[in-house]
Design a protein around this ligand. Sequence first.
Ligand code: X2X
Length: 345
Amino acid sequence: MQRRTLIAALAAVGMMTSATLGWAQTPSKYQAEYRLSTVVGTAFPWGKAGEKWAELVKQRTNGRINIKLYPGVSLVAGDQTREFTAIRQGVIDLAIGSTINWSPQIKQLNLFSLPFLMPDYAAIDALTQGEVGKDLFKVLDKAGVVPLAWGENGFREVTNSKRELRKPEDFKGLKLRVVGSPLFLDTLTALGANPTQMSWADAQPALASGAVDGQENPVTIFTAAKLHTVGQKNVTMWGYVADPLIFVANKEVWEGWTKEDQKIVREAAIDAGKYNIQIAREGMTGADPAVLKNIESLGVKVVKLTPQERAEFVKVTRPVYDKWAKQIGPDLVKKAEAAIAARKK
Ligand code: X2X
């Protein structure tokens, strides 16, 4: 807010000066730099998406729009659940954000954190690339930001330093780090674990010191952040929630651009989003299990649940699903369930 007021004031002074001196030039609304927020940097698919977006925009606007990446949510001092508010206020110009981090402000984004809603990648696509995705973009637009494209952090897998996790009982008493809304506390509490909320910046030292036993994050985060070096010797592939990313712009920033440049920025976000989804899924499938092989080669035990084992987790977390479906909006949840049921596999 303050920064924009300052810019507006400077522009006004500039106009007065040019009027007084008879300069013909109108002051440009374009900033020298636009600040793009992400949680993690370019070692991760998420940060690479930011880098790609910036690169495409620079190329396609011939340098009219210059985007600089601020990883580590550094524009809000690492406090990722305040990112959405900061975009709305103009402290952040552009962001590629997780639905988890924005769900404290936008309750509908909790949809993706409903336990075991999405069984596979096709299910994520059925939501983000379909009507549900459009509905959520309307919600974001109403909330005061300009939604542009979908990306992906990935399916979130649980890791810990203590033991293999195959059954709900195995979670008993485990101290697990989570972020986002209380939905995560409810899900892990239902399993008998002891969840605690903290930022990603705080999570890594907490894992290193043993203040917490484990965490949940996509495998690409595990490998790029080298979580095996902070005691995370067990990974359970349960895919209980998936974490799409959303490319957005601050409204004033957006409105300051010409229609032509808006189109370029939107298309670049869509292209960077596709690239993001592709690299987030690379090496993660039965056909190409390179990422999992790599983790195992680091001495980490990777547990893959059988369908029966997975079904146990679905059963135990079902009351949490039902409770949160009401808060998210029963119509939206029904629409999501129907889209997933109808997906092309
Ligand atoms: O903090 C996390 O766990 C991360 C990096 O995945 C998010 O920002 C949601």
